[in-house]
Ligand binder design. Structure first.
Ligand code: ZN
Length: 165
C-alpha cells in the first residue's frame, strides 16, 4: 500500500529543502502527525509569514523584515568601513562575534564563469556606484578563499582602484 496522498504530498514538499531526502521528509511527517494541531498551524503560519515579510535591505542587501536593516539604520555604526560579503548568512555570522562596527555590503553570490554568474548578476555595481562615497575610508573584502571568491575579490579590487579607493 502506498502512503496516504496527503502524507506523500507533504513529503514531496519537504524534499525541496537542502539535506532533506525522502527518508528524512517521511520522518518529519510522522513527527508532525504526533504534534498538536496548534503547533502544526503555527509552523505553517511561520512559513507563510516569513516569505511574506522577508526582504533585502535597500542599502546593503542583507535579509531584513524592514526596508532597511538594523545595521544600516544604526547611527552608532561606522559607515566609513564597508565589509563586502557573499551572502546574508555571512553578515549574521560576523554580527555574532560583536567585533565589527562597520556596515556591510551583500553581493548575493560570487562571480563564476562555470555557473555563468557574471559581475552584472551580483550586487557589484550598486557597491561601487552607490556605496563607495568620499566618506568611505576602508573596504574590507571578506569572501571565501575559493576560486570564485578570489575572482570576485580581484574584480572588486580593480574597480575600487579605478575609483581611487
Ligand atoms: Zn542594510
Amino acid at each position: 500500500m502506498a502512503l496516504p496522498r496527503s502524507f506523500q504530498n507533504l513529503v514531496e514538499n519537504l524534499t525541496i529543502l537542502p539535506g532533506v531526502g525522502e527518508k528524512t521528509a517521511e520522518r518529519y511527517v510522522y513527527a508532525l502527525y504526533e504534534k498538536e494541531d496548534d503547533d502544526v498551524e503555527a509552523l505553517a503560519k511561520a512559513l507563510i509569514n516569513f516569505k511574506k515579510n522577508i526582504k533585502t535591505c535597500a542599502i546593503c542587501g542583507c535579509l531584513s523584515d524592514e526596508t532597511k536593516c538594523e545595521v544600516c539604520m544604526d547611527n552608532s555604526r561606522d559607515k566609513s568601513t564597508i565589509c563586502v560579503v557573499e551572502d546574508s548568512k555571512s553578515v549574521f555570522m560576523f554580527e555574532k562575534t560583536h567585533k565589527f562596527n562597520g556596515v556591510y555590503h551583500v553581493l548575493g553570490g560570487l562571480i563564476s564563469p562555470i555557473d555563468e554568474v557574471n559581475p552584472d548578476d551580483i550586487n557589484i555595481v550598486s557597491l561601487v556606484n552607490n556605496r563607495i562615497t568620499e566618506d568611505v575610508k576602508e573596504v574590507i573584502i571578506a569572501l571565501n578563499p575559493s576560486v570564485e571568491g578570489e575572482m570576485t575579490s580581484l574584480y572588486i579590487q580593480k574597480l575600487l582602484e579605478s575609483k581611487n579607493v
